[in-house]
Ligand binder design. Structure first.
Ligand SMILES: Nc1nc2c(ncn2[C@@H]2O[C@H](COP(=O)(O)OP(=O)(O)OP(=O)(O)O)[C@@H](O)[C@H]2O)c(=O)[nH]1
Ligand SMILES: [Mg+2]
Length: 223
């Protein structure tokens, strides 16, 4: 019988992630790992983000899903390179899975890669994929207690996108209280509230992405 310890698997993942990061960096490609609960609005955020950025930048999306390719189908015809990874039951992507598909992308041409991770707030937080930053997506309809209940992903993320702000009037979600709780967990996190399906509030998010890309390439941020 072979027994693998979780700590050893995590260590192996770190080595792979370091290699992925070197390859992405040598190509000047910004890589954003998007994490959130099932249905938080990760794909909706990507649909709108591609509409806004794909005319200007070369974008790829690596879609992580347990079984289907429904999300990647929603992103077709938006001008991005699309790759589907099905984990067949796995609750997160890992660095080896990303390494296994990156050869299918023309990395030297790509400005930004978005990775939509499997929908949950726990396992994806533990696995570095070689990204530049994690972005946690929290929707108003899933409840304002989630940052306190799942703090690790909020601690490790550079940005929190609070989605479905259009639904706040129909919930008990208190935007200023949740914002304060998130900032209590991570004093450096940037918080962008928006309503993706309405196309509202995306400017700060896309502006931040452009700033990150310029920073990665050592260029002055565009206006
Ligand atoms: N009202 C409203 N609905 C939204 C918003 N963003 C997403 N939705 C809806 O929420 C549902 C889930 O959105 P998805 O984008 O599929 O969520 P996801 O996080 O990608 O879900 P998984 O990939 O299954 O984890 C869909 O019915 C979206 O139309 C929003 O800003 N406002
Ligand atoms: Mg999705």
């Amino acid at each position: 019988m072979k027994v693998f310890m979780a700590q050893d698997l995590l260590k192996a993942n770190v080595g792979m992630a370091v290699k992925n990061r070197e390859i992405f960096s040598s190509n000047g490609t910004l890589v954003v790992n998007i994490i959130g609960s099932p249905g938080a609005g990760k794909t909706a955020l990507l649909e709108q983000t591609l509409d806004l950025l794909a005319p200007e930048f070369k974008i790829a999306v690596i879609e992580g899903d347990i079984y289907t390719s429904r999300d990647v189908e929603r992103l077709e015809n938006k001008g991005a390179e699309l790759i589907q990874i099905n984990t067949a039951g796995g609750c997160h992507l890992d660095a080896g899975m990303v390494a296994g598909v990156m050869g299918a992308l023309p990395l030297d041409e790509i400005d930004i890669i978005f990775i939509e991770n499997i929908g949950n707030l726990v396992c994806p937080a533990e696995f570095d994929l070689g990204e530049d930053c994690k972005v946690v997506v929290l929707s108003s309809s899933e409840g304002g207690d989630k940052p306190a209940k799942y703090p690790v992903i909020f601690r490790k993320s550079e940005v929190c996108v609070i989605t479905k702000t259009d639904l706040i009037p129909y919930t008990n979600f208190d935007l200023s209280q949740v914002t304060a709780e998130i900032e209590g967990i991570n004093g450096n996190i940037k918080i962008f509230p928006l309503a993706a399906v309405k196309g509202e509030g995306l400017g700060a998010w896309t502006g931040w992405l452009k700033m990150k890309l310029a920073e990665k390439r050592g260029l002055p941020a565009a206006e």
